[in-house]
Write a protein that binds this ligand. Sequence first.
Ligand SMILES: [Fe+2]
Ligand SMILES: [Fe+2]
Length: 330
Amino acid sequence: MYGRRATEPLVPERAEGRARIDAYAARFGRWEELAGVRTRPQRSFGGPGSLYFPPELYPVATHPLVTGLDGERVEWLLLRRLHAYLDFTSELESLAVMPVATAISRGRSGLLLPEGMRADAFKIVTDEAWHAQTSYDFAHQLQSASGLPLGRPADGPPAFVERLDAIRDELPPEIRGVEALLFAIVSETLISGILAEIPRDERLPRSVREHVRDHAEDEGRHHVYFRDVLQHLWAALTPKERAAVGPHVPAAVYAFLEPDYARTVQDLRMLGLSDEEAAQVVEESWPRERLVRDVAEAARPVVRYFGEAGALDDARTRAVFEDTGLLGRG
Ligand SMILES: [Fe+2]
Ligand SMILES: [Fe+2]
C-alpha cells in the first residue's frame, strides 16, 4: 500500500506523457519575510466587539423568525457561524489544499511542472498547516470563552466534502483525481467575502479581524500560484479530457461557496425553531437568484482564469458556466 501511495500521481499520467509549460516566475522569494507563520503571532480570541460575524454574510441571522428571538440567541448564532468558518478553514486546508500542494511538492501531481513550482508548493503546505493550526486554536479559545457547545453537527465533515465526492463520481474514471486539483485551484483563486470583508469590519472583535487578515495576506500569494497551476493543468490535458473536465468547474465553485445548509438547519433547530421554520428560514435567506449572484461575484477571477486558459472554448463547458450563472446570466 505504501509503495503505491508513494508513487501514485494525483492526475493519472498518460504513457506518452503530458504537454508541459516550462516558464515559471517564482512567487515566494520573500516568503521568509512575509509568511504569516514566520511573521505573525497566533491571535487570541477576545473582545470587545458588538458582533461576531457580519450578518450580511450570513443572512439567516437577519430573517424575521430569527430576529424575533432574543438578542442573545442571535449573538449565539453568529458565534456559531464564526466557529463554523474556523472549522471549515481547518478542514479545507487539511483535506483539500495541503494534499494537493503536497502532491505538487513531491512531484506527484501527474503534471510536469517546473522545478520552482515544486519548491514553492512546500511553502504553501507550511502556510496551510499554519492556517489550519491557528484556526483550530482560535476556535478552541472561542469555545472556552463562550462556554457554548460549538461542535460540528453529528461530527460530520463540512458540506464541500460530499459535493466533491459527487463531482468525482461524475468524472470518467481515467481522469478521476483531477477534481482535487480543480477544487484547490478554485478555492485558492476566488475572493471569498469572508477573507475580503472581515478584516475591515470594525464591528467585529479586533482579534477576529486580525486572525482573518493574517490568513488573507498569505492567500494573496497562493492566489497567484494557483492561477499558474491552472495554466499548467489546462495545457497538460488533452482536448478530450478538457471537454470532460470543463463542465464540472462550476460544480467545484458551488461546492466551495454554497452555504452548508445542514449545519445552518441544525443551528436553527438548537435555537428552538421547528423543522419547518428552519427550512423556511434557509429557503428565504438564500433565494436562488441572490445565491447565484453572490457566487458569480466571488468567482469572477476564477471564471476569467478558466477563460484565459481556453476552458470556455468548449461549447458544453461554456453552456454549463452560463446555466449556473457564472457568466453573469442564468
Ligand atoms: Fe489558507
Ligand atoms: Fe491557500
